[in-house]
Design a protein around this ligand. Sequence first.
Ligand code: NAD
Length: 301
Amino acid sequence: MVIKSLVTGGAGFVGSNLALALEKLGHQVVVTDNFQSADMKNLEGFQGEVVSWDVSLPHSFSQKFDIVFHQAAITDPRYPNDEETYSKNVEGFKRMIELADRDGAKLVYASTAGLYGNGSVPMKESQEKQILTVYGRSKLKMDEIAESLFSKRHIVGLRYFNVFGPREAHKGRPASMIYHLYHQMKLGKRPRIFNWGEQIRDFIYVKDIVTANLRAVEAVSGVYNVATGVGTSFNELVKVLNEVMKTQLEPEYFPMPYDAKTYQSNTQGDTHWAEEKMGFKAQWELKKAIQDYLKWLQENE
Ligand SMILES: NC(=O)c1ccc[n+]([C@@H]2O[C@H](COP(=O)([O-])OP(=O)(O)OC[C@H]3O[C@@H](n4cnc5c(N)ncnc54)[C@H](O)[C@@H]3O)[C@@H](O)[C@H]2O)c1
């Protein structure tokens, strides 16, 4: 029997990678997006139906779904309208629960490591949350709603750490550091990073994010980190990029333009729950993932 999957935010970064991968696996995939921060180019080669829909508004689908992968959200933590960020993200999530309930579908959705703020590392799912932005608050609300449903339905939230990979160009400033630094270095420019490059991120390749979504379908309801468990400083990241690109460009440091109170200086995920409860372990080591990604960029830009 063909599995029918819905991917919201499917013309965005993670959603498009997921939709294309699901189609390759033989799913019948419907993509929805309101095209707020998306690019149809991301869906090149996609054969399924694409529906224009703002997930926070009513919509009736004639077809039924087996799995809903909910990626749609206002994803820029610095989006200027806080009220819109919160209401679209939370109301959109409630609609997805309604839709999944209508069909008795499994529901997998994207949460974020942003809600750990500047909490202790490695960041554990159960630790106290530190909300730095309205975006983080909207995702925490989604996780709380999900938690109230764990005993009633399949619902899995995935707290992605810092995702990078193909099909993120449309995001502009919020695209990954790897995307931005590569483009500076490709032009022979020194990679610009904040003083003094000691900030740390748990960078995870989008191909691992796709795998985590697939594992989540079979997992017991819960909210899990999707991380590598490895923290990499911005200085280390520049070194890896220099190795892969065969360049020797020294970082150019500049003062952090953001309020330190809203900026995460260190993210590194604890991966135990994801391993135990979803059987998920990231497979892409940073240097290998960057090699794979830069090859894709060279072939596709
Ligand atoms: N990329 C990351 O590093 C990262 C980290 C943590 C969590 N996430 C989460 O992963 C999911 C995917 O993020 P992404 O990086 O692919 O971002 P993205 O901005 O590329 O994708 C989000 C998509 O949702 C669409 N969208 C926004 N609001 C919508 C609405 N109301 N109705 C319908 N579509 C809407 C946008 O047009 C876009 O295509 C998001 O939920 C995001 O919060 C991403």
